[in-house]
Design a protein around this ligand. Structure first.
Ligand SMILES: [Zn+2]
Length: 415
C-alpha cells in the first residue's frame, strides 16, 4: 500500500500546482503525483519544492569555524588552518563535525549531499580507512540525509597532514568496489569517486578512478582550476592548462563533473559543454578563500549544467549560494540580469534549478524534481506574507523551511 503526503502547493514540472498529493513506495520512490485533492485535514501548508542537492561538501571543515584569526591567502589557509585542523582530528571529532554540518544542511532544506571525502588515516582510534569511511555513513544514517560519498584519491604530497589523505590507487579501488556493491540496493547511500585535484592525485590515480567510474557506472568529481595559481602549476607540470591536461588524458565525458572551474577559458568551457560534463560551483567558499569569480555567463552559453555546493561549509545555505552565484555575475560584468538574459528563464527558476535538477545531474541520482520514479525528497517553505508563490520561492528559499522530507520520511528539524 503506497503512502501519501498532501500539500497546499507543490512545484511540479516547471509549475506551482495547488492541492497536490504525492504517493511513494517503501523505498521512498514517488509512485504517483496528482492534483486537486480535497482532504484538507491532512494537508501540509506551504509549497513543497524538490529537496535541495548539495553538490560538494567537506563536512569536517565545519571545524574551521572555531578559528577566529584570518588567513592571509589560500596557501596560508591550507597550511596553517586546514592542515592544523586535520592533524588534530580524531574519528569522534570528525563524526561530530560531520553531524553538525549535516544537521545544518537538513535545516536549510538540503536533502542530499555529495561528500567529497579524503581523510582516511591516523584518526584515532580508527585503525583502517574503512572504519573512517563507515563513520561518515553512520552519521548520514543517523541524521537521515541522503549521501553520495565521493571517495577521493590523493597520492601526492609530503606534508604530515597529507599523510592522512594518502592511499594507493589499488587500495582505494578495492574499498570503492566493496562499498559500491555493499550499498548498491541501499536507497540512502551511494558511492562515487574523486581524484582530489591535479596537485593531489597522480596521473595513475586520475586515469584509474576515471576507468573505475566507467566500470561501476558511478560519477567522478575533481577539483579543477580553483585558484589562478592552478593554471601556472599545470603549465609547469604538464605544459598545459588544467582542462587541457584532462582532455589529453581523454577523461572528459558526461561522467566527469568539475568542482570550481573558475579559470577556464571560453574555448575550454565550450569544449567542456560539448563533451557533456557539469560544473559544481561554490560561490561562498570562493569568496571566503579569495579564489575568483566563475564565469557562469559562458557556462550557460555553452549549455553546461551548473549546480552548487557548500564546499568548506563556512555557512550552510544552498539557497544563499544560488543568490551569491548570481550576484557575483553582477559584480563580474557590472550589470544585472546576466543569467536571465542567457537562459531566458526567471531568476527564481534559475536558482532553484541549480540546487535541485542540476545537482541531481552532477550526482547522477534520481532526485531533484517531484515526479514518478524520483525519490520523495522535499523541502517545504511556508511563510505567511502577501507575496505570491513565485516571489515566496525567490525571497524565502533557505530561510523559511518548515518541513524537510527524505524518501517520504519527515526529518526532525529540532536538532
Ligand atoms: Zn572542495
Amino acid at each position: 500500500m503506497p503512502k501519501k503526503l498532501l500539500f497546499e502547493y507543490a512545484y511540479i514540472g516547471s509549475k506551482i500546482e495547488k492541492d497536490v498529493t504525492i504517493e511513494f513506495d517503501d523505498k521512498g520512490i514517488i509512485t504517483a503525483v496528482s492534483k486537486g485533492n480535497s482532504d484538507h485535514k491532512q494537508i501540509t501548508k506551504g509549497i513543497a519544492l524538490p529537496g535541495f542537492v548539495n553538490g560538494h561538501s567537506h563536512s569536517f571543515q565545519y571545524g574551521l569555524r572555531n578559528y577566529t584569526s584570518t588567513p592571509q591567502d589560500f596557501k596560508d589557509w591550507v597550511k596553517n588552518y586546514l592542515y592544523d585542523l586535520v592533524e588534530n582530528l580524531t574519528l569522534e571529532s570528525m563524526k561530530r563535525l560531520t553531524k553538525k554540518a549535516y544537521e545544518e544542511m537538513l535545516i536549510s532544506g538540503i536533502t542530499t549531499v555529495a561528500e567529497f571525502h579524503y581523510l582516511y588515516k591516523d584518526l584515532p582510534p580508527a585503525t583502517s580507512p574503512k572504519e573512517v569511511i563507515n563513520g561518515i555513513i553512520e552519521v548520514a544514517k543517523e541524521v537521515g540525509i541522503r549521501l553520495r560519498l565521493f571517495l577521493s584519491g590523493y597520492d601526492l604530497g609530503s606534508k604530515p597532514a597529507q599523510k592522512k589523505f594518502q592511499m594507493s590507487f589499488e587500495e582505494l579501488k578495492k574499498i570503492v568496489t566493496e562499498l559500491h556493491f555493499q550499498y548498491l540496493n541501499d536507497p540512502q547511500i551511494s558511492i562515487g569517486v574523486a581524484p582530489h585535484s591535479l596537485h593531489g592525485a597522480s596521473e595513475e590515480m586520475i586515469l584509474g578512478l576515471s576507468d573505475l567510474a566507467n566500470e561501476l557506472d558511478i560519477p567522478c568529481h575533481i577539483h579543477l582550476a580553483e585558484q589562478y595559481s592552478d593554471i601556472e602549476e599545470a603549465r609547469e607540470s604538464f605544459n598545459d592548462t588544467p582542462l587541457g591536461y584532462l582532455n589529453r588524458l581523454g577523461i572528459i565525458t558526461e561522467r566527469l563533473h568539475i568542482i570550481h572551474g573558475i579559470w577556464l577559458t571560453q574555448e575550454e568551457i565550450k569544449l567542456f559543454g560539448k563533451k557533456g560534463g557539469t560544473l559544481v560551483c561554490n560561490p561562498i567558499t570562493n569568496m571566503y578563500l579569495g579564489d575568483g569569480i566563475v564565469n557562469l555567463d559562458e557556462y550557460y552559453q555553452y549549455g553546461v549544467p551548473v549546480s552548487l555546493g557548500t564546499d568548506a561549509n563556512t555557512q550552510i545555505n544552498l539557497a544563499e549560494e544560488s543568490l551569491m552565484a548570481e550576484y557575483l555575475q553582477r559584480l563580474k560584468f557590472l550589470k544585472m540580469g546576466v543569467l536571465t538574459a542567457k537562459s531566458g528563464e526567471d531568476l527564481w527558476r534559475i536558482r532553484l534549478k541549480m540546487i535541485t535538477e542540476n545537482g541531481a545531474k552532477s550526482l547522477d541520482l534520481p532526485i531533484g524534481s517531484i515526479e514518478v520514479g524520483k525519490y520523495c525528497d522535499l523541502a517545504v517553505i511556508n511563510l505567511d506574507t502577501e507575496l505570491n508563490s513565485e516571489q515566496k520561492i525567490h525571497f524565502t528559499i533557505g530561510h523559511a523551511i518548515s518541513e524537510v522530507i527524505v524518501g517520504g520520511q519527515k526529518i526532525n528539524l529540532n536538532c
